[in-house]
Design a protein. Structure first.
Length: 371
C-alpha cells in the first residue's frame, strides 16, 4: 500500500526525506508536491525506476522525460553550452513553473553520465528538458541523493494533472512507494514548456507563464548602479534608453518588446524617491525623460536577473561584490577604469559635465550592449 505523509504535520521532516531518498535509490517512485502540479519522480541513476515511471504513467516510447535539477548552477553543469536566452530564463524563472527544452549543446551535456536506459528516455530526440521545481521537499531530496530526478506530472498520460495528494493516489497509487502531501498545489496548473533555440525560443506548452511573460523574461536587463539612485545611475539609465531606442528606431517605451530592459538602483537608495531636479533637467537637455523616475535599492535578486551590471565608481563596484552571487560579473561604466564623480549638491554645470561623461562612456559601451 502506498504510504502518504503529511508534509506540514510531520514532526520529523528529515525522516520523510530519508524515506524518499531510500525509495528513489532503490528504483522506486515518489510523488512530490510542486508549485504547479504534483510530480512523480525516479532517480536519474536508476534504469529500473525510470522504466517503472514510464510504464506506470503510460508514457509513449520516444516522448522525452524531464530532468529535474536542484539549482541554476546544477543546470549549467549539466548543459554548459546553455545559450544566453536559456540562462536568462533559468536565472529568472527557477525555482519555478518553467521547463526549458534545449537542443543546442546536448551532445556536450552530461547526459552521457546517465545509464543507457535512462538516457534513452531523457534525450531520445537529441534534446534535454530541464526544470528546477519550487518545493523544499524535492529540492532537499535531490541534494541528499546527489543526483537529478526524472520528473513528470503525477497522472496517467492523457488524464488531468493531479493538484492534490488524493488525486495522485487515485491516479497512480499502486505504482508509488511514497506520496508527500503538502495540500493543493499553489498554481494548480502545469509548467510552461519553452524550447530554446540559441537566441530564439518557442512555447511548446503554455502553462503558468504566458507567451507575454516569457517574452518579458527573455529581455536583456541592463542595470546601472550608484549610491542613492537620484543622479548618476538614473541619468545613465535614461540616456542609455535614448541611445538604444535611436539605434533600434523605436520609442524608449518600446524597448522591452525589442528585447531590452534598462534599470538603475542605488547601494544606499530608498524606495520610491525622485531623481534630483538637476538630473531631470539635464536629462531633458539630452532628449531623455527622468520625470517619472523612482529610486530603488539594490537587491541580490535584481543583480541575479541582470545581464549587464554597470557601476559608476570603483567603490560601487566593491559594494556590489557583497551582493553578487551568480550571473555576469559587474563592471565600471568607464572602460578606462575612472570614476564618475557624484554631482549631488553641485551646480547645473557640474551635472552637465557628469551627463556628458556618461554619454561618452555609453557610446563606447553600446556595441557590447547590442551584441
Amino acid at each position: 500500500m502506498t504510504k502518504v505523509v503529511d508534509w506540514q504535520a510531520s514532526l520529523d521532516r528529515g525522516q520523510v526525506l530519508d524515506q524518499a531518498v531510500q525509495a528513489l535509490a532503490s528504483g522506486q517512485l515518489v510523488a512530490f508536491p510542486t508549485e504547479t502540479v504534483y510530480g512523480v519522480a525516479a532517480s536519474a541513476q536508476s534504469e529500473e525506476g525510470v522504466e517503472r515511471l514510464r510504464m506506470g504513467k503510460g508514457r509513449p516510447e520516444g516522448k522525452p522525460l524531464t530532468l529535474a535539477v536542484g539549482s541554476v548552477a546544477a543546470a549549467l553543469a549539466w548543459l554548459p553550452r546553455m545559450s544566453q536566452v536559456g540562462r536568462r530564463l533559468a536565472r529568472r524563472c527557477w525555482p519555478g513553473p518553467c521547463t526549458l527544452v534545449f537542443g543546442d549543446g546536448v551532445e556536450e551535456a552530461l547526459c552521457g553520465r546517465l545509464p543507457e536506459g535512462v538516457r534513452r528516455h531523457v534525450c531520445s530526440q537529441e534534446t534535454l528538458g530541464l526544470r528546477v521545481p519550487a518545493h523544499e521537499a524535492i529540492l532537499q531530496v535531490m541534494e541528499q541523493l546527489a543526483s537529478p530526478l526524472v520528473l513528470t506530472s503525477a497522472n496517467r498520460s492523457g488524464e488531468p494533472a493531479a493538484t492534490t495528494a488524493a488525486a495522485v493516489v487515485k491516479a497512480l497509487g499502486e505504482e508509488l512507494a511514497l506520496v508527500i502531501d503538502d495540500g493543493p498545489c499553489p498554481f494548480g496548473q502545469a509548467s510552461t514548456v519553452v524550447r530554446v533555440h540559441g537566441a530564439s525560443w518557442t512555447i511548446l506548452r503554455e502553462g503558468v507563464l504566458s507567451a507575454a511573460d516569457v517574452e518579458r523574461l527573455t529581455a536583456r536587463i541592463i542595470l546601472f548602479i550608484c549610491t542613492g539612485n537620484t543622479c548618476r545611475s538614473p541619468l545613465a539609465e535614461a540616456l542609455c534608453k535614448k541611445m538604444l531606442a535611436e539605434h533600434l528606431a523605436c520609442a524608449p517605451e518600446e524597448l522591452p518588446r525589442r528585447g531590452f530592459v534598462v534599470l538603475s538602483a542605488g547601494l544606499s537608495a530608498m524606495m520610491g524617491g525622485s531623481a534630483a531636479p538637476e538630473a531631470i533637467e539635464i536629462a531633458r537637455e539630452h532628449g531623455a525623460d527622468l520625470t517619472h523616475h523612482q529610486t530603488r535599492p539594490l537587491t541580490a535578486r535584481l543583480l541575479a536577473q541582470a545581464d549587464h551590471v554597470i557601476t559608476m565608481t570603483q567603490s560601487h563596484l566593491a559594494g556590489v561584490q557583497s551582493f553578487f552571487q551568480e550571473g555576469p560579473a559587474p563592471r565600471l561604466l568607464s572602460c578606462e577604469g575612472t570614476d564618475i564623480p557624484d554631482p549631488i549638491g553641485c551646480d547645473q554645470q557640474t551635472y552637465r559635465a557628469c551627463a556628458e561623461q556618461i554619454v561618452r562612456h555609453l557610446q563606447e559601451l553600446l556595441p557590447e550592449l547590442l551584441q
